[in-house]
Design a protein. Structure first.
Length: 127
């Protein structure tokens, strides 16, 4: 849970966290180097916070020089993260990324899956 709500923990795997106001209605902002001097931004608002159990947040992403960052044709993007304790003391993380708007083509879906897989691998290595 803290990996998604505590700026110090978020910074270990997500990138430079410039905001993490972990309360319903609070906002977060993460920046990281996209190469070539470009900065990439992920930001949104916490909508549901159930400590240790579940988070729902809005999500927008894109180059920092394009505010607000987003991918067309995606609108109102959101992420739900559910935490399930495991018998070995670990935690299963189930992430659902959704949005309103048109469906994405196969290439775009693959890019989103690869991006989340990369971030979740970073999360696993941050502990």
């Amino acid at each position: 849970y803290a990996a998604w709500t505590d700026a110090a923990v978020m910074s270990r795997w997500m990138g430079k966290v410039t905001a993490a106001d972990a309360r319903v209605g609070g906002r977060y902002r993460i920046e990281h180097d996209a190469g070539g001097g470009a900065v990439y931004v992920h930001k949104g608002e916490y909508r549901v916070l159930e400590p240790g159990c579940r988070i729902v947040q809005t999500f927008a992403a894109g180059p920092a020089d394009r505010e607000p960052p987003s991918y067309a044709p995606v609108n109102d993007e959101h992420v739900e993260i559910v935490f399930t304790p495991l018998a070995d003391g670990g935690t299963q993380v189930t992430l659902t990324n959704g949005w309103n708007g048109e469906g994405l083509d196969t290439e775009s879906m693959k890019a989103i899956e690869q991006a989340w897989s990369h971030w979740l691998e970073l999360l696993a290595g941050a502990n």
